[in-house]
Write a protein that binds this ligand. Structure first.
Ligand code: NDP
Length: 280
């Protein structure tokens, strides 16, 4: 039976550490501030934005909400981002994705000043990560590293396999594991003999976007399995990219869905905001 990695508990630990740090900084006269921009009223985005606001309140970060109508133009959005870039009282800027179809997400991300890019999506942040320089790291993969470290799981020298190569999860995940001295393999939809590759993993990170795709026959006995996936099933329950019931008896550690990687993403966003404010 695998040990459960409790993302809820670990994210709470991180948020409590940040809360303490923010309170100390407040005494020194510094108030960390995050600007959150939402365009349109996609219900899922509204839930995410609401959760970010709640996390800010818990930690003591000031949050500024910009709720723009669906028909906002790209130029208007860039103008707002540039205004926030110039505002010294704002430390982090987050544009909730996805944006309406008439906007180019890449261009909006590029408009955010890298020192305020708390999502870690700016090409400069990604470039810094790839050459081992300081910069903000995409929150979900950064959260996975924290889950591993805080569960006492050694990464150095381990065979790490990342299933998925998206810009926000798979690729930065691979770079972070490499930074921790793991031996890293990245798989994707064109990988041949996928199961043979994933079965080599001591640490298997699954970010494939396919409900319950990874079953026990993808996993080596005793492997650590981290499930980044999140899907709502027909019965309204959440599930991951890993078939938990099949993999749990084979793995040594496993993250549940919900309550594994999910809560870590917001905790790491809060961490990036506090870092952005500290850099000032
Ligand atoms: P994407 O759809 O952007 O990427 C999926 C990746 O998986 C691609 O690289 C794709 O390969 C690969 N892939 C798809 N099908 C297969 C297959 N059959 N065999 C091998 N590889 C395959 O997804 P994301 O990275 O954005 O997200 C992954 C999952 O994580 C989703 O379930 C998402 O909901 C979840 N997620 C959770 C977050 C959280 O906070 N917990 C945050 C972000 C995402 P190719 O590149 O060749 O197309």
């Amino acid at each position: 039976m695998a040990k459960l990695i409790d993302g809820k508990q670990i994210s709470k630990e991180i948020k409590d550490e940040l809360k303490e740090l923010v309170a100390k900084k407040k005494e020194e006269g510094m108030e960390a501030t995050l600007a959150v921009i939402q365009v349109g009223n996609d219900p899922a985005s509204s839930v995410y934005v609401g959760n970010k606001k709640k996390a800010c309140e818990y930690i003591g970060i000031r949050s500024l909400a910009y709720e723009l109508p669906e028909e906002t133009t790209q130029e208007e959005l860039v103008e707002l981002v540039e205004k926030l870039n110039q505002d010294d009282t704002v430390h982090g800027i987050l544009v909730q994705l996805p944006l309406p179809k008439h906007m180019c997400e890449d261009d909006i991300i590029k408009a955010i000043a890298p020192e305020k890019d708390v999502d870690g999506f700016h090409p400069q942040s990604v470039g810094a990560l790839s050459i081992g320089q300081k910069g903000f790291v995409s929150c979900t993969p950064a959260g996975v590293i924290q889950l591993l470290k805080r569960s006492g799981i050694e990464i150095e020298g381990k065979e790490c396999v990342v299933l998925g190569r998206s810009n926000i999860v798979g690729k930065p995940m691979a770079l972070l594991l490499l930074r921790e001295n793991g031996t890293v393999t990245v798989c994707h939809s064109k990988t041949k003999d996928l199961k043979e590759v994933t079965k080599r993993a001591d640490i298997l990170i699954v970010a494939v976007g396919r409900p319950k795709m990874v079953t026990a026959d993808y996993v080596k006995e005793g492997a650590v399995v981290i499930d980044v996936g999140i899907h709502r099933m027909e019965n309204q329950k959440l599930c991951g990219d890993v078939d938990f019931d099949s993999v749990e008896p084979v793995a040594s550690y496993i993250t549940p869905v919900p309550g594994g990687v999910g809560p870590m993403t917001i905790a790491m966003l809060m961490n990036n905001c506090v870092e952005a404010a500290n850099m000032k």
